[in-house]
Design a protein around this ligand. Structure first.
Ligand code: MRU
Length: 354
């Protein structure tokens, strides 16, 4: 087994480095983030993506940039507030982003406002702690979910909910990894995931790197494989799961869930508790990011759609709770309708702003 895949790293000098996911699988290129604007652009252009990973990087990026903010307490506070605001406007759907930034903001408020050194250190500590907890959550998700995977057979996944999309190990791919490490013989079918190709480029790269059997399938092919008996379970990640159990995830997830229901194949969602937003009653209220037409109209520099033809490019869709067999979290495995009750039994939902 090679070194574990991580989408970002911090060094002992408190610098923040990012693996550029836009260049995978061709290049493993790392670059440094020092400012809020660099961090925001890295998130918007998907150098880092995946709900938990972009949340970790937003928090770390703000805390790293805080060392460049002025030493005067009032000017520091103004830069910090502007940084929070800028990062909150990067991507709207993944609720983890708001959770992580709220944690850094709370850490900032927990120290005397005149002590800028303490504020910088509190922000960095909170961001690193968020990333550490995310990695632990993914390992717990893997441990809880591995039992749901077949001992042998085909598992389809959509987009990339792997180590690259988290602080490490992954959510959906964390479950697959843990199952394979426990001896299950899985063949993973990775939906290519139009238009940004997270499945073809990223899921395939990271599973192959770990020696896990992975086959890329073109968009829309999963239903045919199900009809031919080659798929025994589906598992995906999530960007936001709301109170009634509806799940926002990469566009195409809903179609996969419908195909699973038709073929009586279990459809699992894996996510850390930070992805659960009990403040929103159902999926109709989840903010869905619309991305640039060029993601659909072009492959690299080449236009593949005629000029002047309309394009739709929502980054996410909502899968209704009734199509979800179970949600695998770091706190255990739940039916979608059990989340709310579990949270009100004394496990408070994290605060968030969106
Ligand atoms: O647009 P992306 O690549 O950020 O979308 C990512 C997904 O939809 C993932 O499935 C989701 O964030 C879960 S990642 C553990």
């Amino acid at each position: 087994m090679s070194t574990p895949i991580r989408p970002f790293r911090t060094d002992t000098d408190g610098r923040l480095w990012l693996l550029d996911q836009r260049r995978l699988p061709a290049d493993e290129h790392w670059f440094e983030l020092s400012t809020v604007e660099e961090t925001a652009r890295a998130i918007e252009t998907m150098a880092v993506r995946g709900a938990p990973a972009l949340a970790c990087v937003a928090a770390l990026g703000l805390a790293r940039a805080a060392r460049t903010f002025p030493d005067d307490p009032e000017a520091y506070a103004a830069s910090f507030a502007a940084g929070l605001d800028r990062l909150r406007r990067t991507r709207p759907t993944a609720v983890n982003l708001f959770v992580a930034l709220d944690e850094v903001a709370a850490a900032d408020r927990s120290v005397p406002p005149d002590d800028v050194a303490a504020r910088r250190s509190a922000a960095w500590g909170a961001a690193r702690d968020h990333a550490r907890r995310d990695l632990e959550s993914c390992q717990a998700i893997g441990a809880h979910g591995a039992a749901l995977m077949p001992d042998e057979g085909g598992v389809v996944t959509h987009c990339n909910a792997g180590a690259l999309a988290t602080a490490g190990h992954g959510t959906a791919l964390g479950v697959i990894r843990s199952a394979v490490f426990a001896g299950k013989r899985l063949r993973v079918y990775a939906d290519e995931t139009r238009p940004v190709l997270q499945g073809a480029r990223l899921t395939a790269w990271e599973l192959a790197r770990d020696g896990i059997d992975v086959t890329v399938i073109c968009e829309g092919m999963a239903a045919d494989l199900m009809r031919r008996g080659r798929i025994h379970a589906a598992i995906v990640g999530a960007d936001r799961i709301v109170r009634n159990g509806d799940v926002a995830n990469k566009i195409g997830t809903y179609a996969l869930a419908i195909a699973c229901r038709h073929h009586r194949i279990p459809f699992y969602v894996a996510a850390p508790w930070t992805t659960i937003d009990l403040a929103i009653p159902d999926g109709s209220e989840i903010p869905i990011e619309r991305r640039a037409d060029e993601e659909v109209t072009h492959v690299g520099p080449t236009r593949i759609v005629p000029e002047a033809v309309g394009v739709e490019n929502p980054a996410f869709d909502v899968t209704p709770a009734e199509l979800v067999t179970a949600i695998v979290t770091d706190r255990g495995v739940f039916r979608p309708d059990e989340l709310d009750a579990h949270a009100s039994e004394g496990s408070p939902s994290p605060g968030r702003t969106s």
